[in-house]
Write a protein that binds this ligand. Sequence first.
Ligand code: CMC
Length: 437
Amino acid sequence: MENEVLSIVDKRTGKTYEIPITNGTIRAMDLRKIKTGPDDFGLMTYDPAFMNTASCQSAITFIDGDKGILRYRGYPIDQLAEKCSFLEVAYLVLTGELPTAAQLKDFVTHITYHTMLHETTKHFLEGFRYNAHPMGMFISTVAALSTVYPEAKNVHDPEVRKLQIYRLIGKVPTIAAYTYRHSLGFPYVYPDNDLSYAENFLNMLWKMVEPKYQANPALARALDILFILHADHEQNCSANAMRAVGSSQADPFVSVAAAAAALSGPLHGGANEEVLKMLDEIGSKENIPAYIERVKAGQVKLMGFGHRIYKNYDPRARIIKQAADQVFEVTGKNPKLEIALELERIALQDEYFIKRKLYPNVDFYSGIIYQAMGFKPEIFTVLFAIPRTAGWLAQWQEMLCDPEQKIARPRQIFTGHDVRDFVPIEKRGVREFPAAA
Ligand code: CMC
């Protein structure tokens, strides 16, 4: 469109530049031609934390943060959560379309075929200390798979990529279950390929001496729904890590490990564990007002609240609240739910949260369900990483197949010293370590 142009007048030179606008976006490289002279590098943008910068074009996940909309490949998240299995959604996220019955059967067979870990990987896991955090074990073990499958580095071969995708989606529940069993001191349970993805995961977590583990169908379904809700979430911190690391053509195992490391932080997927710690600290409903005052005074954050993109109720949190009822029918109510509901009620009426558009996010209620299902908080973020592996791999494939993408390499504004002469050691002043930034 003719009008889809941004006119910029550079008052330094008096020159006018016409910058095309596409999809409500200008290309940062178009600014490079805005120069004061031949020696000038050209204009750059400065955007710490990517507050207003699109780093890619993507057709996977759509979010409208103001309206609270989340869709994978065009399908609303609530419809997928109601009607699909997690592997069906993983197929959708990865390929762009829902599978036919035959395609789904084939996909499930491939994933199921790759659930086992090499025995040496099992021994690798045994080397962790008894109290190692499951997320640290998960990240390291996923990275270690890179040594088991060296061909994975052929990232431009679509068949090689497909095989690693099957392997990763197949093996992450096994690794996750083993990290948990390790922390409990229980022997590892081999995958049971007769079971569904969620049932098999529960089998590897909870099976003791019974010959065949039977997961409660309501709990297996609730877990599958939670997996669907966590499958992808466009360009968040971990997807960005996956794309950045993958852009160097590192193999998908180390790239997923990097993404999982990004997920582990308390501001991202680590928030679900932090929510439970917070609810424990609050202890009872009477203590909520005092806790809210601490949040407003900036002493603590209300974990599980707020989002860079959602300025409305996170649609995943809404679906989780519904799934919680089905879980509690089996397990009995988690007493923390009462505290969480009251916390939400008070926060949503408070000017501090209203003004900043802070609503519960996916992590606010997920931990309460996980705990009711019998999980300890240390495993919560690993439960997030299992389904998100499908999303990371979809983002990775899309990045590798995008002819516009190259190795990720941001610019900087250099704020350090100008050139200065070397100072011999005996003439240097005393400085605290670490030196001030
Ligand atoms: N509690 C109290 N105040 C908050 C919170 C919170 N949870 N989140 C944001 N704020 C305040 C923040 O202090 C700031 O206030 P002011 O304008 O006075 O400085 C304002 O709201 C804007 O926040 P921001 O930090 O600029 O927002 P952001 O987009 O950089 O951060 C966030 C987003 C998710 C990191 C942040 O909301 C947060 O730390 N939330 C708690 C951790 C959490 O629940 N993370 C899970 C995110 S959803 C799942 C996932 O993607 O992993």
